[in-house]
Design a protein around this ligand. Structure first.
Ligand SMILES: NC(=O)C1=CN([C@@H]2O[C@H](COP(=O)(O)OP(=O)(O)OC[C@H]3O[C@@H](n4cnc5c(N)ncnc54)[C@H](O)[C@@H]3O)[C@@H](O)[C@H]2O)C=CC1
Ligand SMILES: O=C(O)C(=O)CO
Length: 331
């Protein structure tokens, strides 16, 4: 069986797959492949190891319907046309759990950095503008003991809630598709409706997946309902907030600050006004970018490939209907 890997991954993971007799070809580059090149490369492959979230749309699935599996190196799969993959009978897997802590760390980093205007202050030094700030210049806000509101209390949201409570004694409120009893018992977290999440959070951190329902959930109306002293954090997907509305809310002082690991579009353009604001910290989607997590993600993906090779179900399947006896599309 032939595997095509779309970007550079650790050599150990390639050797691990080769031990099973898989023939692995790797695009030896860190650049994202264009879809036409990916389609061309997949013509000679049985399985795609899709590194770094290249968008795979209906055209890709139609052109590559011979694939026996697509493994993603992300937990989010909003960039994949899953219905199409299912239609053509292609199982797709993701990488849940192994990246939850590092992504929650990133949200925590942004919470602290934004609350102390850390990126802005560092930029002043780089510009040669180190100055003794006045007693009341560019002050931060403390997050110790404040209320953290979490939108989407799943795996990553829960890790952040634990850290915020343990390290900073923060009170946790959350809004989710359903109640999270583990968080309620462990952290005394309180389930609230969306309106209360907006009005009560001192820091509001987004951890839901991107769906038609969550797209632009944070918009003009929602920012207006937040505290003027609040900080908005998004490490989930850039389309969950409406960026022009966020810029306005910050300019108008409807919220106090924002920390983003995800933007819309990505990459963010260098002339984006958010990058000039003292109360905003932006990172280039590095949530899972640690040595340990990337290794773990690559290993999870490789194990899903081995499962396909052995004719077993992928352990981290996201379109499990593909294994149903009767499913839409080709049988
Ligand atoms: N910045 C980065 O590098 C990373 C970003 N992510 C993003 O984080 C997201 C979450 O990952 P996990 O925690 O593993 O997923 P998860 O599935 O464990 O948690 C998502 C939560 O969002 C909730 N949710 C979904 N729709 C909702 C709605 N309309 N209203 C309220 N809650 C809603 C779900 O009930 C669930 O509890 C991923 O889908 C991905 O987009 C994940 C990893 C790294
Ligand atoms: O896993 C994800 O969904 C990411 O965004 C990157 O790790």
């Amino acid at each position: 069986m032939k595997v095509f890997v779309s970007r550079r991954i650790p050599g150990e993971v390639i050797r691990f797959m080769e031990q099973y007799g898989l023939e692995v070809t790797c695009n030896d580059s860190d650049e994202r492949m264009q879809q036409n090149d990916l389609i061309e490369a997949c013509k000679k492959a049985d399985i795609l190891f899709n590194v770094g979230s290249a968008d795979l749309d209906a055209r890709f699935m139609e052109s590559c319907q011979h694939l026996k599996g697509i493994v993603l190196t992300s937990v989010g799969y909003d960039h994949i046309d899953l219905n199409s993959a299912t239609y053509y009978g292609i199982p797709v897997s993701n990488t849940p759990d192994v990246l939850s802590k590092s992504t929650a760390d990133t949200a925590f980093l942004l919470m602290l950095a934004t609350s102390r205007k850390a990126f802005y202050q560092a930029r002043q030094i780089e510009k040669g503008a180190w100055k003794n700030n006045g007693f009341l210049d560019e002050l931060g806000i403390e997050i110790n003991g404040k209320t953290l509101g979490i939108y989407g209390l799943g795996r990553i949201g829960l890790e952040l809630a634990k850290m915020a409570k343990d390290a900073f004694g923060m009170k946790i409120i959350y809004n989710n598709r359903s109640r999270n009893m583990e968080a309620e018992q462990l952290l005394n977290a309180r389930y609230v409706d969306f309106g209360e999440l907006l009005s009560q959070s001192d820091v509001l951190s987004v951890h839901s997946n991107l769906t038609p329902e969550t797209q632009y959930r944070f918009n003009r109306d929602s920012f207006r309902k937040m505290k003027k002293t609040s900080i908005f954090i998004n490490t989930a997907r850039g389309k969950i907030h409406h960026e022009p509305d966020l810029i306005n809310a910050l300019k108008e002082g409807e919220i106090w600050g924002a920390g983003l690991d995800v933007t819309d579009p990505e990459p963010m353009l260098p002339d984006n006004p958010l990058l000039q604001m003292s109360n905003v910290c932006v990172l280039p989607h590095i949530g899972s970018a640690t040595i340990e997590t990337r290794m773990a993600m690559a290993n999870v993906a490789a194990h899903n490939i081995i499962a396909v090779f052995r004719g077993e179900k992928m352990p981290q399947i996201v379109n499990k209907e593909v294994y149903d006896e009767v499913r839409p599309g080709k049988i």
